[in-house]
Design a protein around this ligand. Structure first.
Ligand code: 9UX
Length: 72
């Protein structure tokens, strides 16, 4: 089954940042849905924990130059 994780994402300053982070997340194997909000700095990601961990999702966001941490 899939889980939904919420992440705080820092360093996004324009709408293109949001598109960039969503694109990164949606390309990850094991991620089936990703929505990112600029005004709240939150991302919601549906993922399969057998394929990808929340830590790996955080790392992928940070590798792209943003700050990220797992909320729940
Ligand atoms: Mo906007 Mo974000 O010009 O990495 S794309 S600041």
């Amino acid at each position: 089954g899939t889980l939904v994780g919420q992440f705080t994402i820092g360093g996004m300053t324009c709408a293109a940042c949001v598109n960039s982070v969503e694109g990164i997340l949606r390309k990850l194997n094991g991620v089936s849905r990703a929505v990112v909000s600029l005004p709240t700095s939150l991302g919601e990601v549906e993922y399969d924990p057998l394929i990808i961990s929340k830590e790996e999702i955080v790392n992928a966001i940070e590798d792209a130059g943003f700050d990220a941490s797992f909320v729940q």
